[in-house]
Every structure is written in C-alpha cells, then in structure tokens.
Design a protein around this ligand. Structure first.
Ligand SMILES: [Zn+2]
Length: 375
C-alpha cells in the first residue's frame, strides 16, 4: 500500500499552505480558478480559504468539498481534501462541472485543536434556517449541564472517570438513554462554556459558508456536496451520514454508491441536532431551489467505535478536555492527558486507522461521484 501519512498535516499553517498551493493544479484544469480568503475579524492570521472555479461551458453541475467545520477534525479533513485533489479531481470534466473546495471552516479550532471556535461555538449548531438563537431551546440540557461542564479544575483523571461513569449511570437512570443522548447532542444556546454550544448569534464563519452555499445553489442545476468530520461511528468504517431532510433510504444509497455504511442523521439512525450545516443546505434547496438536483452529505470517520464503550467514552473525553480548557488542570501532565484523549477522538495518530480512513474515502468518492454523474 502506498504511504498515505503525508496526507495528514502537522499544523494549521502547513495544511493551509498546501491547500493554497493546490491552486495551480486546479488552474491546470479550470483556467478561471481563483483562491479566496475570509480573514477572521478577531485574528488576522486565521483565514477560511477556498478555491472556486466555474464550469467553462455553462454551469451544469458543481462539486463542493468542505472541511474543518469542527476545527480539530480538519487534520483528517485536509488529508481527504488533498486525496480528492490528487486522485479524483483529475477525473472531473471542467467543461460541465464547477468546483468549490473549502479549507478550515473553523481555522481557530484547527489551529488550537478544539472543536468549537474561539467562543466555544460548535459551528454545526449554528446553521439555523430562518430561526433565532433561542436560549430556551433544549430545556433538558439543564439537567445534565453541571455533569457535562463541571466548573472546577481537572485534578485527577482516574477519579473523574469513576465520577463520570457514576454520573452517567445516574442521569441515564433518571432520563432514559435516548433522552440523555438527545439532550446531550441536540445543541444548547445557554452555557457558553458547555458542550455543543451554539452561541447567541450567527458567527462570521457560518455567514461565510451560508453565502457560498447560496451562490452555488443559485448558479448550478446540480449540486453535490461532501463535508468532512471525525469522531462518531465505527472505528474502521467511515459512515456516510445523510441529512434528516434527505428523503432517500439509507440501504438504497448503499447500493447506488457501492458503499457499505450509509446512515441518516435522525435520532433512530444517528442522532438529531439543531443548526446542522448539511440540513441547512437542504432547507435552502427546499425553500428556494427545489427544481434543482441536490445531494449533500458528510463523511464521518469513526474513532472510538460504535459499541457501548465508544458511545460512553466520547462524552467523557470531551468533558475532561473542555473542563481543562476553561478551568485548567492540577498539573501539566493531567492537562496533556486530557488533550491527548481528545486528539485520539478526533485526530487519531494510528497508521492503520489512517490507511483505512483513506481507503474508505476512496471508495465513497468513487461511488458517489460516479453515481451522481461526475465521472
Ligand atoms: Zn464534526
């Protein structure tokens, strides 16, 4: 097997530079390709970068690939973007197909190895279609807030793991497993230091992407969009996670894309959330562009696994990291340990994990782009 380690960047800056250098490869196919940037208002070293090219013979279809909505996940996302540029972009027809590649929707999170942006906002809870940021949303979150976001220094990981499992057991006994997961993952707009926080207003990163999606849906007759994520699902099989608004059946997609694992982002098959980016694209389509053809979905590269163990470990890891971020840890060793666990959840170092992730992405790129008529 060819070495794929080089695909995975070490730093935000290195990843961004490589992305910018892809412009010449894109221009070799699309002469009109350009590199664009949005510089974040709070740090002018941080940019959302994108390369866009129009189809040269009329705007029949567009392919869009986005990465790093959850900053720390962009190390894997950037690897997949690079893989696409090297292996699959050459097969597109520049005469019929436009292209939009987005590097690091959340550059602060990528640089600082966090999921949220500078304000701890999970951008995938902010793509709300014609709705406000309602602080009263998800009232059940209050029942688990102090469990998820303890406001004290992280002192002892072993002890806190025991407390976590006791707390988890208590809450699950009180609320039931499905209500607990629902309250945890749905998103909350009240506690700025809590998990899955959606903020109080539209973040600038979200606004940039909303504009890009509107331009693409306005201009093209067919839109294919793939967004890159990590952290959920089985460890050695990437899940293609369709929007709850996608009416197609998951099993039929598996056949059509020749890809073994397709799930819908519903409470039954995956989990329900508010302000999801892919859902937003479907809502925009349904409202203003429903005569066009749209398929938008997410690659979810699982890490801890789909067993009960994996499901319970990921909140534990996120609680410790978030706690150490806001309140510090007793010492540097404990802080490092909390961060390392988090890194393994969203950006695994293991070579065999990375190889399988790239192989799964290969199969999915090939299957989806073929089935949608891009190759
Ligand atoms: Zn994600």
């Amino acid at each position: 097997m060819t070495d794929i380690q080089y695909l995975f960047p070490e730093t935000y800056q290195a990843s961004r530079e490589r992305f910018r250098n892809n412009l010449s490869a894109v221009q070799a196919k699309w002469k009109n390709a350009k590199l664009f940037q949005h510089t974040l208002s709070y740090d002018n070293d941080l940019t959302i970068d994108w390369i866009y090219a129009e189809a040269e013979g009329g705007n029949e279809k567009i392919f869009m690939l986005t990465t790093g909505e959850h900053g720390v996940e962009c190390y894997v996302g950037s690897a997949m973007l690079q893989r696409f540029v090297e292996q699959y972009m050459p097969k597109l027809n520049p005469n019929k197909t436009g292209i939009l590649l987005v590097h690091a929707i959340n550059p602060w999170g990528m640089k600082n190895h966090r999921r949220g942006n500078k304000d701890n906002i999970d951008l995938n809870r902010t793509f709300i279609w014609k709705g406000g940021f309602d602080s009263a949303f998800n009232p059940d979150y209050d029942k688990i807030d102090s469990f998820l976001a303890p406001s004290a220094k992280l002192t002892n990981i072993f002890l806190n793991n025991i407390l976590y499992f006791l707390g988890l057991g208590w809450h699950v006994a009180q609320m039931g497993m499905s209500n607990f997961r629902y309250a945890l993952l749905l998103g909350q707009y009240r506690n700025p230091q809590g998990l899955y926080y959606g903020g109080k207003e539209l973040p600038e990163e979200t606004r940039v992407l909303m504009d890009l999606y509107r331009q693409a849906l306005s201009k093209y007759d067919q839109i294919l969009h793939l967004d890159m994520h990590t952290g959920y699902g089985p460890r050695y099989q990437m899940s293609l996670v369709n929007s709850a608004f996608e009416k197609g059946n998951s099993e039929e997609f598996q056949k059509r894309f020749n890809y073994p694992l397709v799930v819908a982002a519903t409470a039954d098959e995956f989990y329900a959330i508010r302000g999801d980016m892919v859902d937003y694209i479907y809502e925009m389509w349904r409202s203003d562009f429903s005569q066009k053809r749209l398929f938008s979905s997410a690659f979810e590269f699982g890490t801890l696994g789909n067993t009960l163990y994996g499901l319970f470990q990921s909140p534990r890891v996120m609680i410790h990291e978030n706690r150490a971020y806001w309140h510090g840890a007793k010492n540097e060793r404990i802080h490092k340990k909390a961060k390392l666990g988090f890194e393994e959840l969203f950006h695994p170092a293991a070579k065999n994990w990375r190889q399988k992730a790239v192989a799964d992405a290969d199969q999915a790129f090939d299957g989806i782009l073929s089935a949608e008529g891009y190759f």
